[in-house]
Design a protein around this ligand. Structure first.
Ligand SMILES: Cc1cc2nc3c(=O)[nH]c(=O)nc-3n(C[C@H](O)[C@H](O)[C@H](O)COP(=O)(O)O)c2cc1C
Length: 180
């Protein structure tokens, strides 16, 4: 456990994993258990996670992430979380005025961020992957049957190197405005 500042500054999208170290089921479970503390609209928690951690299954998932010519690194990822959006139940007072899934994608994104930071805190690295062929993914992973739309896939494993890139971010003053 370290300060949130250090954790957030150190986390980066990892696209090169140590092929000899696969995260354990216990580690993957803990990431999801920690991420469950994420906030969501009306606490509806409209998401579920399929953890993929066998060699055979990661090999089946990787091509589903590469159909747009991206994510070649996925072929060497030791594990994935597949994050789906599930039905949200908002408070009664929103009924009729806001679609029940209105906040769901935001909730999924917040949970995904928690997942990545939980993994980072445990010494694992991640990369959120938004480019994938959902139909192909559903064909490859039978556990997705009956689940809602796949919103994100998250690669997870031990980084091949401890080195970190310099962060490239917009200048703070362009994203933060005070009204005093
Ligand atoms: C919704 C979303 C989708 C993303 N999709 C991909 C992807 O398909 N492939 C990839 O390599 N990185 C993907 N990324 C990672 C971003 O490229 C990365 O977060 C961004 O460049 C900032 O770099 P950092 O995460 O290393 O700080 C995605 C990130 C998000 C949040």
């Amino acid at each position: 456990m370290e300060s949130f500042e250090l954790l957030a500054r150190r986390r980066e999208s990892c696209r090169a994993y140590d092929p000899d170290r696969r995260p354990t089921r216990e580690q993957l479970t803990k990431c999801v258990a920690v991420a469950q503390n994420a906030p969501s609209a009306c606490n509806s928690q409209p998401w579920s996670v399929v953890a993929v951690n066998s060699e055979a299954m990661t090999a089946a998932v990787a091509p589903c992430l590469q159909t747009a010519g991206l994510n070649r690194f996925a072929s060497a990822c030791p594990a994935f979380f597949i994050v789906t959006e599930e039905p949200a139940r908002l408070m009664r007072r929103f009924e009729g005025s806001i679609d029940s899934q209105h906040y769901a994608q935001m909730d999924v994104g917040i949970a995904a961020a928690h997942l990545c930071l939980a993994a980072e805190d445990m010494g694992l690295s991640t990369c959120i992957i938004g480019s994938f062929d959902e139909e192909m993914l559903r064909g490859a992973v039978s556990a997705l049957e009956g689940r809602g739309p796949v919103r994100l896939v998250i690669a997870v494993g031990y980084a091949a190197s401890d080195a970190r890139r310099e962060k490239s971010r917009k200048p703070l003053e362009t994203v933060l405005t005070y009204v005093e």
